[in-house]
Design a binder for this molecule. Structure first.
Ligand SMILES: [Zn+2]
Length: 108
């Protein structure tokens, strides 16, 4: 929960900007699992609780593909390596159109 601080006149509060937690989905490409994490500060990667490899910040709008769909997971890994992140709606649209242009088949 973000912290509220009183204004000088003590009539209203405002949100302390430094107290926001960072909420995002972290994905481990080694075991293909995704975690929703709420962290005190923005972190690029955490350690996967499953396999101790690194789990990468994908953005909170990331929708993990089914575990068996290895090709789609590979595409997601490629996207992330190219710098795509699912943290804003606009970025999700950009990532999807990139996939459509570069892998036209079998993608909906
Ligand atoms: Zn893992």
């Amino acid at each position: 929960m973000p912290k509220h601080i009183w204004n000088k006149d003590l009539q209203s509060t405002q949100i302390d900007k430094d107290s926001y937690e960072y909420r995002s989905k972290y994905t481990c490409f080694n075991c293909r699992s995704t975690y929703l994490k709420i962290l005190p500060k923005k972190t690029e990667e955490i350690t996967c609780t499953n396999c101790d490899q690194k789990a990468i910040d994908m953005g909170y709008l990331f929708q993990a593909p089914p575990k068996r769909n290895k090709r789609l997971w590979k595409k997601m890994e490629n996207l992330r390596q190219k710098g795509f992140k699912f943290d804003r709606t606009g970025n999700v649209v950009r990532a999807k159109s990139f996939l459509k242009n570069h892998y036209p088949s079998n993608l909906k």
